[in-house]
Design a protein around this ligand. Structure first.
Ligand code: ATP
Ligand code: MG
Ligand code: FE
Length: 350
């Protein structure tokens, strides 16, 4: 089974071709990503209108490149998948409309994929793990602990009550004068910093429900930064290290509670999974790997290039759906908001 996947929900235009391997894992035949970071960096964040235009400008060339890099043509495909949300609606429309057009012309099934399901199923593409597993999903727009019981079967155990974790990294970076996107910058600075210099809060620590809160932590960091300003290089490194250490403590504590809840509600997980852009963070990966070990589990986290947004995860989610007989028709809506596990929207009659 061979599926093309398109991703345009935020600031990466991506197209990939993935096939279903004999061992049940995915084989990534091509994975083209065009990052718009340069177009947005002057604004310190993603500008929706610029993003939508940039997606429209490159999506067909990128699709052609993904096909030729994979050495396949449209006629070889079994389906065409696109992320249909959640995300910036202008961008989502570009990818979804492209996929609908290609599906219509080539008479192939369309799969309208939830971008978060793409992140959530990536460890099955890379490692072929079985259901059910506990997913720590942390990205630019989401921070959740989810029991993944099957394709389309997601039980949200906890979520952030304010900022997403990636968003918090990005805001901290901006505050400290580091370029966008902030996560990798903060991680790099933290490597040379003292994590104990600034006593930052660990919001939600010890709470019974595995929710997250990050805006207070970000504010506490801002106050410390203002107190020591003007900042020298060592101050910036120490602030980043202190922030990252607080985040790691919170992630470990919340995930430990998530594991307990999982065992009560679902049973024994096959693995602990970290996915989404923030899962690229080495300190978080190491801490979660330790936690998994203590719980007698394995941490499965995608390689760095599959943590952030990409087309391969969308193609893979397309394969997972298609092999269950699931596909969509031309009324599949583009959705700005689309929580994991929400029921499918009623089809719109045009
Ligand atoms: P969503 O998946 O919720 O729709 P998104 O697609 O914009 O949001 P991703 O592309 O999955 O988010 O992840 C991007 C986020 O990951 C950014 O906020 C970025 O700062 C963060 N990130 C990337 N690398 C790291 C890192 N090494 N440490 C911490 N955060 C990181
Ligand atoms: Mg992105
Ligand atoms: Fe994402």
């Amino acid at each position: 089974m061979l599926v093309l996947g398109l991703e345009t929900t935020c600031d990466e235009t991506a197209a990939a071709v993935v096939s279903l391997g004999a061992d049940g894992r995915g084989v990534i035949l091509s994975n083209e990503v065009f990052s718009q970071i340069a177009q947005h960096s002057a604004y310190g964040g993603v500008v929706p209108e610029i993003a939508a235009r940039a997606h429209a400008e490159v999506i067909d060339r990128l699709t052609a490149r993904a096909l030729s890099a994979a050495g396949v043509g449209f006629s070889d495909l079994h389906g065409i998948a696109a992320a249909a949300g959640p995300g910036l609606i202008g961008g989502v429309l570009v990818g979804l409309t492209t996929a609908k057009t290609l599906a219509l012309v080539t008479q192939k099934p369309l799969i309208a994929v939830n971008h978060l399901e793409g992140h959530a199923l990536t460890p099955r593409l890379t490692d072929g793990i079985a259901f059910p597993y506990l997913l720590f999903l942390a990205s630019g727009g989401h921070t959740q602990l989810v029991a993944v019981r099957g394709v389309g079967e997601y039980l949200r155990l906890g979520t952030t009550v304010d900022d997403a974790m990636g968003e918090a990294f990005d805001k901290v970076a901006k505050l400290l004068g580091l370029p966008y996107p902030g996560g990798p910058q903060v991680e790099r600075e933290a490597q040379n910093g003292d994590p104990d210099r600034f006593p930052l809060p660990r919001p939600m620590l010890g709470r019974e429900k595995p929710d997250f809160s990050l805006s207070g932590l970000k504010t506490a960091l801002r106050l410390e930064a203002e107190r020591v300003a003007p900042l020298n290089a060592a101050d910036v490194a120490d602030l980043c290290a202190s922030f990252q250490a607080a985040v790691v403590d919170v992630v470990v504590d919340r995930t430990r509670v998530g594991l307990k809840l999982f065992r009560e509600a679902v049973g024994h997980p096959t693995a602990l999974v970290a996915a989404g852009g923030v899962a690229a963070n080495g300190a978080i990966r190491r801490a979660l790997s330790r936690l998994a070990g203590e719980a007698g589990l394995r941490l499965v986290a995608p390689p760095i290039e599959l943590c952030g947004d990409n087309g391969a995860m969308i193609a893979w989610a397309g394969i997972e759906r298609l092999r269950l007989g699931l596909s969509d028709d031309m009324t599949a809506p583009a959705r700005a908001r689309w929580p994991l596990g929400a029921p499918d929207p009623a089809p719109v009659t045009v």
